[in-house]
Design a protein around this ligand. Structure first.
Ligand code: ARG
Length: 290
């Protein structure tokens, strides 16, 4: 009798620890509203945000990630969402240029950090919110648009990185950044694997995702709404929202080891694990910390 191996036995999952940039939420609060999750009239608890963020940071360190930190700046409560600080691939740091005036000053602070770290900084000419909308998978960059990052920046990115950029249109304002609606699980060329929420995309983008990633994990509304897709994967371990339980089951079935974290305080600003994490894809970084 022949037994077909389950998916988890067919694909070998291997961990490639990330080098990541994070920003402590010392000044976290919700004082303006630039996405539907944000309610400036409701209380936030900065100490709780910090302790949840520290739990995330510890999870990364346990996985062997090299975690760098940028100093948080007063008056920039969303600076904790480091993913939006730029796009760093092949040692090139393409700077963020934020949509909303409230976050615009963050762009220069992240750019300064990239410069001091010895990265090759390219100043963006067009509106983009970094890895929040720009996800590297295999040789291509998946690029969100619709709410924040502009199509002009997609074209600019293709030139800057010399990579194919696949534009994906987001249509739901509760999933306003690509990294809220799509997670890259395995970014190795030839082994690409993603998860996403189909309803977050327009028809053409959904068709493009189905064509490119026929074995993608489709995540349900509940798990997307607790920001399960705002996940960080090293190719084996997937750090995701603790409450995204069905997604965690799907991940196990596909051979991953999910790690649930509670970032409910940061969700009050519309962010989760991936939002707090900027991957630094560079061979060398100048030593900055003791
Ligand atoms: N309040 C922030 C904003 O609306 C949240 C950013 C979340 N970041 C992300 N990469 N999805 O800009």
């Amino acid at each position: 009798m022949t037994i077909t191996a389950p998916a988890s036995e067919r694909t070998e999952r291997t961990a490639q620890p990330l080098t990541a940039l994070m920003c402590r939420p010392t000044h976290f609060t919700v004082s303006y509203r630039i996405n539907p999750w944000m309610h400036p009239d409701e209380a936030t608890d900065t100490a709780r945000a910090v302790s949840q963020w520290e739990e995330l940071r510890r999870a990364f360190v346990r996985l062997g990630f090299a975690v760098h930190e940028i100093d948080p700046a007063p008056g920039l409560p969303d600076m904790v969402f480091a993913a939006n600080g730029g796009l760093v691939v092949d040692g090139i740091a393409y700077t963020a240029s934020f949509t909303h005036p409230e976050r615009q000053p963050e762009g220069a602070l992240y750019a300064d950090w990239f410069r001091a770290s010895g990265l090759n900084v390219v100043e963006a000419r067009h509106i983009n919110e970094g890895e929040g909308d720009l996800l590297t998978v295999g040789d291509v960059i998946l690029a969100g648009t619709g709410f924040r990052t502009s199509l002009d920046s997609h074209r600019e990115i293709a030139e800057v990185f010399g990579r194919e950029v696949v534009s994906l249109r987001l249509v739901r304002d509760d999933f306003y950044h690509l990294d809220t609606a799509l997670a890259v699980l395995d970014d190795r060329a030839g082994q690409e694997h993603i998860a996403y929420l189909p309803s977050a995309f327009d028809d053409a983008s959904r068709a493009e995702l189905e064509r490119r990633y026929p074995d993608a994990i489709l995540v349900d509304e509940h798990d997307a709404a607790v920001f399960g897709l705002n996940a960080v994967s090293d190719g084996l371990h997937v750090v995701t929202a603790a409450r995204a339980t069905t997604f965690q089951h799907q991940l196990r079935e596909a051979g991953y080891e999910p790690i649930g974290v509670d970032l409910t305080e940061l969700l009050l600003a519309g962010g989760g694990a991936k939002c707090c994490t900027l991957a630094l894809r560079a061979d060398t970084l100048n030593p900055r910390e003791a």
